[in-house]
Design a protein around this ligand. Structure first.
Ligand code: ACO
Length: 428
């Protein structure tokens, strides 16, 4: 039986088809509403607007559920690897051994960046924020591979771009860090796996060989899995919308990196650690900072709390909180910031302000503490998020292109001046 919703306006009723997803979510399709009734829909921040039908990621914010292509995040985080998850997102299914090996090898073939790119790193100021460097250099990759600008590329050409992005992003990211600290750059080592190679490029020094620690590599790999996709968030929507104009994939991903940078999105992980350090310096009075977060005249917000979609515990935050305890124990690190984070969480979760608004810790609340324990500096936290999100952005872009989605172009209601007469400058 056809499902539909009715909208009545000016005495006329319009029937709008209702679409149901495989997890039983429902949407009223308003594509014909304007031509039939003259009405558009208005939804600032797209809080209740579905931009697409997608088969990549499902999340239920009320129940705290997250799945990539039908697999529970808890299972993937515990049992799989970032490369398996990347294959799952990009190719649509979990790889068998041969597929995984070939996927890995294809990526490893492209870990080097063109030597000319070194000049860009030399030109950045030494204190350049790594996110600015990564965003620009990912976009710059398109200038090294001009064929990527052809919107009618073949499937093979697209896959080559995808392997290049997956291979080069860790190199660019680690070199952005080396730039920040003024250390010599380390070239990729293809016998190492994805996370291990990245850590080696970050921390190996001519004066001191970096010793890989299996627990550190595993923790990083899991963090990448947890960040790999999150349906139509700000940066992913940006990638899809930029890509919808047929801009090349490098530029679309670069736009995603920039969108991720803001403190209300991926930049929150850096903001959380900065907040915890501030609270620590201020004497560690958690109650005082909770009051500040509740005060509408105070711009302070509890960073790492609240989420546009989760109105329950972010399932990724649960996994990271446990991993955080395990990693700190394994590495023998004692970080007073974790005690501050735990008391903030405890006080906030029992406070009416946070309860009424369903504000729970999100993925960023504990991730910074693990990154810090792994030796990754604060300015690199959002880059770590971007590294993890890369396969998700890629698969969302592939889906958008594969569906032949039209160029993204919202409408508006104009509320400015009307019919003003031009006055020459000398008479104003
Ligand atoms: N601290 C204090 N109050 C908060 C917080 C917070 N962290 N988050 C939301 N609120 C309050 C708002 O002031 C608002 O209160 P009101 O109803 O009295 O006006 C209410 O809760 C709803 O908040 P909105 O901002 O309307 O919710 P929205 O869905 O637009 O924003 C967001 C979600 C941006 C994540 C918000 O919760 C926030 O700023 N959190 C802190 C930043 C952060 O951690 N971002 C990372 C998100 S996860 C990610 O992107 C990877």
């Amino acid at each position: 039986m056809e499902d539909f919703a009715e909208v009545t306006y000016n005495g006329k009723t319009f029937k709008l088809p209702v679409t149901t997803g495989t997890e039983n979510e429902k949407a009223m399709d308003i594509a014909t509403l304007r031509s039939a009734s003259g009405l558009i829909t208005l939804d600032s921040g797209f809080k209740n607007t579905g931009a697409t039908k997608s088969s990549i990621t499902f999340l239920d914010g009320e129940k705290g559920i997250l799945k990539y292509r039908g697999y529970a995040i808890e299972d993937l985080a515990e049992k799989s690897s970032f490369m398996e998850v990347s294959h799952l997102l990009i190719h649509g299914h979990l790889p068998n051994k041969t597929e995984l090996e070939s996927f890995n090898n294809n990526i490893k073939k492209h870990t080097l960046v063109h030597e000319d790119m070194r000049k860009f790193f030399d030109a950045y100021p030494s204190k350049a924020h790594p996110m600015g460097v990564v965003a620009s250099l990912v976009c710059s990759l398109s200038t090294f591979y001009p064929e990527s600008q052809n919107p009618n590329r073949s499937k093979e050409e697209t896959m080559l771009t995808i392997y290049r992005l997956m291979g080069k992003m860790p190199t660019i990211s680690a070199w952005a860090y080396k730039n920040l600290v003024g250390h010599p750059r380390v070239y990729p080592t293809n016998k190492l796996d994805y996370a291990a190679n990245f850590l080696n490029m970050m921390f190996d020094l001519p004066s001191q060989k970096y010793e890989l620690n299996a627990a550190v590599v595993k923790a990083l790999d899991m963090l990448l899995i947890l960040h790999a996709d999150h349906e139509q968030n700000c940066s992913t929507s940006t990638v899809r919308i930029v890509g919808s104009s047929q801009a090349n994939l490098y530029s679309s991903i670069s736009a995603g990196v920039v969108a991720l940078w803001g403190p209300l999105h991926g930049g929150a992980n850096q903001a959380v650690i900065e907040m915890l350090e501030k609270i620590q310096k201020d004497g560690g009075n958690v109650e005082k900072w909770i009051q500040k977060a509740k005060d509408k005249n105070d711009p302070f917000r509890l960073m790492g709390f609240g989420h546009r979609v989760y109105k329950n515990f972010d399932p990724r935050a649960k996994i990271i909180k446990k991993a955080c305890d395990d990693v700190l124990k394994e590495l023998g690190v004692q970080d007073p910031l974790i005690d501050i984070a735990k008391s903030l969480e405890e006080v906030a979760l029992s406070d009416d302000y946070f309860k009424e608004r369903n504000l729970y810790p999100n993925v960023d609340f504990y991730s910074g503490i693990i990154y810090k324990a792994l030796g990754i500096p604060t300015e690199m936290f959002t880059v770590m998020f971007a590294l993890g999100r890369l396969p998700g952005w890629i698969s969302q872009w592939q889906e958008m292109i594969g569906n032949n989605e039209p160029i993204g172009r919202p409408r508006q209601i104009y509320i400015g001046d009307i019919d003003k007469k031009y006055v020459p400058i000398e008479k104003r």
